[in-house]
Design a protein around this ligand. Structure first.
Ligand SMILES: [Fe+2]
Length: 345
């Protein structure tokens, strides 16, 4: 009887193992960015590893809501989205877990661009675009984010709404560096300088400068390359040719950086496969895919950005490597507070 008991136990154990292995041979990605281009990349991962990638595409808000609702019954392993502020906010809500700490990840991603729960997979900078006809080199000399509040820009600045995640993260970084009180004053100065009530996306800000509605705009780096590529039509391509890029804070901490991030969801059913996928996304092959399809900067050294980025934005700028991107999520509520108090729509 005892033997049968042991055999029965072994049988159950082996069956469970097989089922568990089968179950583990996949990874579920809640993906909020660049559905089409990134899908090809996940296909390559499956070919190399045999791990099936189940992609659940959606807008960041909807995917975050689902992750929070699922809680301990998580179906998501990884949440991939644009902006460290989004990953940081999910961490603050308790939706993530530690585990993105492998040697490969640590070697690929500088410390300030990751935590143990989420890591940057591609970089972008939030910079100033200007009209070379109406803005002189002297005016821009030594220009900083702080300088956007300078009265000399009165009626000349466009930037999108305060509800935009990129702005929340930029302002959160200013709070981290300069404090909340100083940033509250700064936000009032920025609002006073606006050429119009904020409207439209980042590309719309560049369009406004090209159309002469403003002299300077704040927008992310990859949008200029996207517009120049012609993928957004001739009108935007022509507009992009009329502006120049300027990288702020070159004489102090460097230009404000952000990332597309991959976050490890708490309760992830395939945690080790999720780690493997993040490691794959940080290989030169994947990084080249990102830079060519999204015009972001690579997260790792040794990979060149798209020629459109190299030729029109340049590479030789000082990145802010000191301000931890985790501060964007931590200071997000304070950032919204100071922008709202300043009347930033
Ligand atoms: Fe974007």
């Amino acid at each position: 009887m005892r033997k049968i008991g042991i055999l029965a136990f072994l049988f159950t154990f082996l069956t469970t193992s097989v089922i568990a292995d089968g179950h583990n041979n996949e990874v579920n990605v809640f993906n909020a960015r660049h559905y089409k281009a990134d899908a090809e990349l996940y296909g390559k991962f499956t070919n190399q590893t045999g791990i099936k990638v189940k992609l659940i595409n959606g807008k960041s808000g909807a995917l975050e809501k689902r992750i929070l609702e699922e809680g301990a019954d998580a179906t998501a392993d990884l949440y991939i989205t644009a902006d460290a502020g989004r990953c940081g906010a999910m961490d603050k809500k308790g939706a993530l877990q530690g585990g993105l700490t492998s040697a490969a990840i640590k070697a690929a991603v500088p410390k300030s661009f990751r935590t143990n729960k989420w890591v940057g997979i591609a970089k972008r900078a939030r910079i100033i675009y200007y009209s070379p006809e109406r803005v002189t080199g002297a005016e821009l000399s030594g220009m900083t984010y702080e300088g956007l509040a300078d009265p000399k820009w009165k009626g000349r600045l466009v930037i999108r709404k305060s509800s935009n995640i990129y702005n929340k993260s930029l302002v959160a970084s200013l709070i981290k560096n300069n404090g909340k009180a100083a940033t509250a004053e700064w936000a009032k100065g920025v609002v006073a300088n606006m050429a119009r009530t904020p409207e439209g996306n980042d590309r719309a800000q560049i369009m406004a400068v090209a159309a002469g509605e403003a002299d300077i705009a704040v927008a992310n780096t990859y949008y200029l390359a996207l517009m120049l590529s012609g993928k957004k039509g001739v009108e935007q391509q022509e507009a992009a040719k009329k502006v120049k890029a300027f990288f702020p804070n070159q004489n102090d901490r460097g230009t404000h950086m952000n990332v597309s991030c991959a976050a490890l969801v708490k309760g992830a059913p395939n945690k080790s496969n999720a780690v493997k996928l993040v490691e794959f996304l940080l290989t030169p092959e994947s990084q080249e895919h990102f830079t060519n399809n999204t015009f972001e900067f690579p997260m790792i050294d040794g990979v060149s950005p798209s020629p459109l980025v190299v030729n029109n934005l340049g590479l030789d700028f000082k990145q802010d490597m000191k301000t931890k991107l985790a501060s964007y999520g931590k200071n997000q509520a304070a950032a919204v507070e100071v922008m709202t108090a300043a009347g930033w729509k």
